[in-house]
Each structure stands twice: as C-alpha cells, then as structure tokens.
Write a protein that binds this ligand. Structure first.
Ligand code: FAD
Ligand code: GLY
Length: 379
C-alpha cells in the first residue's frame, strides 16, 4: 500500500467476530472495507457457537502449553472490552449485554481444589487481584451453587457478552456503514509469484477461522501456499442451552472444564474440547453428560429444560494463541487461530490489524503473535 493512500481498499475474507471486528475498526478509521463470507449467513461459525465469556484469568493465566504472552494479550483484550461495547452501543443503539465481571471458579472435588490453587498461584505471580472464597462465601455470591461446594475464586477480570447479539449487531452496523460492503461468496483471491491479491483491493486480510488454511487462491488452498497456516487445527466443542428461569444462577460459573453462563432467556452450558473434529452433528450422550455436570454444580438447573444443543469448531493453534500479522512474504495479512478466546480477543485483534495496516505500527506484544513464530516448525 502506498503510504499516501489515506483510504485503502481492504478485502476481508471471513465475517466471523474477527473479520467483523477488524472491518469495524478499519472502516471507523477511514478505510474502505469489503467483507467476503462464503456462508449465506455470515457470523454463524465459531463466533455464534461460543459462550461469550471474556475470561483472561480462567482461560489463559494457567493454561498449559500456551504462548507465554497469551495471558497478557487476553488481559489487554479484556481492558478494551468496555470501550468496544460502548462504541457499538453508541453507533447502533443496541446493547450487546457486556458484563465486566466477576465470574466464579468453583471447586467441587479435590482435583478442582488443586486446579484452583494452580490458578491462584498464576494470578498472584502476575499481580492480578482475585478473592479466595470459603464454601459459605461462595454461596453468598451465587446461592444456586451446590451447597457441597469446596470454595471458589472470585475472578474480577472475567466477564461475558452476548456473542450472538454482538455478531448480529456488528453485521447490522457494518451493513449501514458508509465505508463497508458485504459480499456473499468467496473472494477472488489470486496467487501470483509469492503475492496474494484480490483485484481492486490494496490489502487483503484472511480471517476465516478454522477454515483459513482451506481458503483458496485460484484452485490452491492457502495452506499449500503458506505452510504455516497448516498449524491451524479445528477443535470441536459441544454446548447446550437451558431455559432460564427466575431461580437460575446469575453469575458465570467455571468448574474444571464445565461452564455455566447465564444469558437473557437461556443459560449456556459447555463445553467439550475435541481436537481434529470438524462435524456439527450432535452426540446426545455428550450433551447429557454436560447437563448432568451442570446439575452437580447447580442443582436448581435440574428443573430447566434443554432448549438448544450445538457443536461449534474452534480455530486451534499449537500454542493456543492467535496468528495476527503479515502472512509470510505474500503481502496479505492473517487474523485467525483465536482458539478459546476469539470473542475476548476481538477488539485487541482489530486494533492490532488496523495499526499494522493503516499506520504500519506493531507493538512489542502484538509482534509476539506474528504467524512467523510457526514458520520454523513448518519449513
Ligand atoms: P468464525 O466465527 O468461525 O468465522 C469464520 C468465518 O469465515 C465464517 O463466517 C465462515 O463462513 C467464513 N469462511 C470460511 N471459509 C471462507 C472462505 N473460503 N471465504 C469466505 N469466508 C469463509 N471464545 C471466547 O472468547 N469466549 C468463549 O466463551 C468462547 N466459547 C467458545 C465455545 C465453543 C463451543 C467454541 C466452538 C468456541 C468458543 N470460543 C470462545 C472461541 C471463539 O468462538 C472463536 O475463537 C472465535 O469465534 C473465532 O472467530 P473467527 O471469526 O476467527 O471464526
Ligand atoms: N472459551 C470457552 C471454550 O472455548 O469452550
């Protein structure tokens, strides 16, 4: 892009929360964005399937095998959320139901207690405040938690948003935005020599979630052009929603791999972690397993019928952290691989991409998430 071009034309491939947030930030900063999505209903991938938790502490502080700066990126993402939600509300008149926190990480077993201790140690090492609650104090915060609970951590950093409302609101806002256009279908991406381009555009961002390596340039999948992208792997996840009732829990609850996230009219329960799984078909035994686990954590939920069940696909990477930045020597950019934290990381990803593309600026933290970190492993 010529530095004098003040209003670059940017093609964004994929209109999940990552493509949408990048489009929103870039369009608001004066770029002309076109969003291409091959699904007739954009935004119905992982971003629709998610629970909408904004959980730097629980998801990243003590995550084994994670990128050493993932927690920092997640904290930065969390810090941007209040402003992001406010900006969307001001522009659209719609509240995306952002709740800043806190959430409760509850222990029911000895194993949960050990995990809680590990999380507390990691948070202390980072200087992140939290409260250790006795079983009675846990019940005082959320009286629907099992009376047999063994205590909890009150995580002030961990909140939530209605991710479906968020996706719908951003789509509506971008449809009306003078600097944005939606195209239903694949982008005419071309690979010539090393360069990836879309005719008529100055810049290209690939943001197609777990399908990023299979986006094609001509007939060739991007994973064959840039092998680094082959490190992106699908990770399935079963979820269900229960009808929300007056006595349903009100706080977001975590316990081991289980979570319970109250939303307007429903209570979302998740989730399994199924590496390599790309199917959307539902295994009802798995759903009932999650339901039983939710009943153990919150016995009152036995009264709540299942109103929806689904299976989403997370975009995983070897270090559980996203790839954000220049895509090798292609001249294109990528924003994908947000694994369990794509909703949390949407505003910070958008800011990193806009700084990079419009101002050619990369912070030290953003540089740590360049896809180049996987180049050696795939050379
Ligand atoms: P997606 O939302 O999958 O969007 C990709 C888009 O690209 C889709 O619309 C697709 O149609 C489009 N596309 C694909 N191929 C092409 C092509 N060739 N051309 C054009 N378009 C294409 N994150 C959190 O922060 N908090 C949570 O609580 C949370 N819970 C989760 C629970 C589950 C069960 C799952 C599955 C995920 C969860 N996540 C959560 C993770 C989060 O959902 C993802 O990290 C995030 O949604 C990824 O967004 P994305 O835009 O990259 O991908
Ligand atoms: N962040 C919750 C999940 O990915 O299941």
């Amino acid at each position: 892009m010529s530095p004098s071009l003040s209003s670059p034309r940017i093609a964004i491939i994929g209109a999940g929360i990552i493509g949408l947030s990048c489009a929103w930030e870039l369009a608001n900063r004066g770029a002309q964005v076109t969003l291409f999505d091959s699904n007739f209903h954009p935004g119905r991938g992982a971003s629709w399937a998610a629970a909408g938790m904004l959980a730097p502490a629980y998801e990243a502080a003590a995550e084994e095998g994670a990128h050493p700066r993932l927690f920092d990126l997640c904290l930065e993402g969390g810090d941007l959320w209040t402003g992001f939600a406010r900006e969307i509300a001001e522009a659209t008149g719609r509240d995306v139901l952002h709740i800043g926190g806190p959430s409760l990480a509850v222990a029911l077993t000895t194993q949960d207690l050990a995990a809680m201790q590990g999380l507390a140690t990691a948070l202390n090492a980072q200087g992140i405040p939290f409260d250790v609650l006795s079983p009675d104090e846990t019940l005082a915060h959320e009286h629907q938690v099992s009376p047999g609970n063994r205590g909890a951590l009150l995580l002030h950093t961990d909140g939530q948003v209605d991710n479906r409302l968020l996706v719908d609101t951003l789509i509506r806002a971008l449809e009306k935005h003078p600097n944005a256009v939606f195209v239903n279908g694949e982008a005419p991406l071309v690979c010539s020599g090393n360069a990836l381009t879309v005719a008529g555009f100055d810049e290209v961002i690939i943001a197609a979630g777990w399908q990023t390596p299979s986006v094609t340039a001509g007939d060739t999948p991007l994973g064959d052009i840039v092998p680094t992208l082959k490190t992106l792997q699908p990770v399935g996840g079963h979820m269900l929603a229960l009808l929300r009732q007056p006595e349903s829990p009100e706080m977001t609850l975590r316990c081991g791999s289980l979570y319970i996230v109250p939303k307007a009219g429903r209570v979302v329960v998740g989730a399994t972690v199924e590496p390599g799984v790309t199917g959307h078909e539902i295994d009802w035994d798995t759903i009932h397993g999650l339901e039983v686990a939710a009943h153990e954590l919150c016995p009152v939920l036995k009264e709540a019928p299942i109103i929806e069940a689904w299976r989403g696909i997370r975009p995983g990477t070897p270090d559980h952290a996203p790839m954000i930045g220049a895509l090798g020597e292609t001249g294109a950019f990528v924003a994908a691989g947000h694994y369990r934290n794509g909703i949390l990381l949407a505003p910070v990803t958008a800011q990193i991409m806009a700084d990079l593309i419009l101002d050619r600026k990369t912070s030290e933290l953003a540089a740590a998430f360049s896809p180049a970190r996987f180049a050696a492993a795939t050379a």
